[in-house]
Design a protein around this ligand. Sequence first.
Ligand SMILES: Nc1ncnc2c1ncn2[C@@H]1O[C@H](COP(=O)(O)OP(=O)(O)OP(=O)(O)O)[C@@H](O)[C@H]1O
Length: 557
Amino acid sequence: MASICVCARFRPLNSREDGEAICITRSDSQSFSIKDEKDEQYMFSFDKVFYEDSEQADVYEFLAGPIVRDAVNSINGTIITYGQTGAGKTFTMEGANILEADNLKKGLLPRVVDELFDAINGCGEATAYKIKLSMVEIYMERVRLATDLIFCVFPLQLCFIIATGSVSGRDLFDLSKDNIQIKEHKSHGILLSGATEVSFNIFHMESSNQLHFPISLTDNETTLLQIPILDGEEALKVLCGGIANRAVGETQMNAGSSRSHCIYMFTIQKDVTNEKRVSSGKVVLVDLAGSEKVEKTGAEGKVLEEAKTINKSLSALGNVISALTSSQHAKSLHIPFRDSKLTRLLQDALGGSSQTALLCCCSPSLSNSSESVSTLRFGARAKHIKASSSRVLNINSKEDIDRKQQEISALNDVKQQIAERILKKLREKLDAETVNLIGEEFVMEGLLLSDPTTSGSMITDEEELNSSHESVITSQTIASWKEATQKLVNTILELRRENVIMKEEWQVMKEENKVMRQVRKRIKAKLAQTKKLYLVMGIGFGVLASSCFSFVLLVSS
Ligand SMILES: Nc1ncnc2c1ncn2[C@@H]1O[C@H](COP(=O)(O)OP(=O)(O)OP(=O)(O)O)[C@@H](O)[C@H]1O
């Protein structure tokens, strides 16, 4: 069983800490000791420690590179930055700026994009890729969609597609979608439901400039904006717009403090023509908001409210880690993933089969040492989480996909026929306008296809296919439950009928019993009368006999 990879990173002293004492003493590249304000000394060991002089490229290569390369090969991975406010989480994740060209300052996010584009550009003609990026933030315990981007990547040809909400012309970076639901999908794990979903076919390019994607929308409100992208740099420019929407504020500790947890989710779908399979992998980057001691930072008003919510969700994260690492019957223990949006979102990363890397960011300054110690303790605890024994390879064979397609088509045909039959019957009784309205409702509910010629049409996106197939399975399950319920209802009705008959029979028997009792009573009474009669007769006979005997004696004497 592989554990979570946990590393620590110390940034250089900042201008506020200038001249302050350093609290850490290096042992080696994995261990160090740290002294707090009370002069207590603590030893920590992690998979790797990045000291003040470490480079962004080293952090990427150790922490993220292997995860990104595995994601291209369909293994999910998550990279999380955790730590006190101002400790360097966003610097590690984004760099000084997302578009930063200086290799020394370039963060994990642009390097992930670079590596993905490099891997894809290096692939053979026989492979087509689609990369989807969703970017959300959890601000004050609400999930906001900053943007939802899709790159469709083909050998030698890249296209970047941006999905945005609504026909009413809202901006690409519309933050009105401010309560994205987190749901669990059987095969895809944790998903952001309500984030604009767009599906594209994976296919090979024919023309070089004009891209015409067979688009299958799951939501009528969704519109698509397609931007041809030549390289990762252009992709990052678009990403930059999403980052600009992140809730950032000035605090005592950090002039550009992130007031939300930010999640970048890359989904890489790969279609290898020769191998007859479609696979997908996810890389999730999580830049957590920083913890802070409000009594120390003197936060007030909105900043205080934000800090309280941030601390609350981070403590929910701590509780999940404690539950996961608890030695007592860890398997049967309840893991409170549902206690906060953050822990729900990280459920796969912490408790699932995803590979996870956690970077504990710290200040090296003595004035922040108690916060650093608690960050490092958090990391030390997380180190004890055991990852799931098997990493899930998200691969579907073409045969599987064909079978699912057929099941979906068959169900759609049945639904279509039923809906059409209902509408035909309604037409006999209702006016045309009302029936049309009901028809529209059927289309909205997915019972009827607006264009019947598309009945049984192919779903070409793996995610949509799986979710549609799941709907088919669910429908089939519901149908079999309905059948079983109907059988139960029939049995209950039968039992009720039998019960009524038995009750009637019981009533008859009771009546008969009553009559029998009365007859018995009458017989008893008759018997008693007869007995009395015999007694009287016996006495009379006795008296008569004794009188006769006395008379005979008298006569003879
Ligand atoms: N390794 C580093 N090298 C140079 N400067 C750094 C480094 N890490 C952080 N900084 C600088 O420190 C400041 C705070 O860093 P950053 O914004 O990344 O902190 P944070 O942990 O994300 O804080 P918050 O939780 O408040 O968002 C920034 O000005 C950043 O440029």
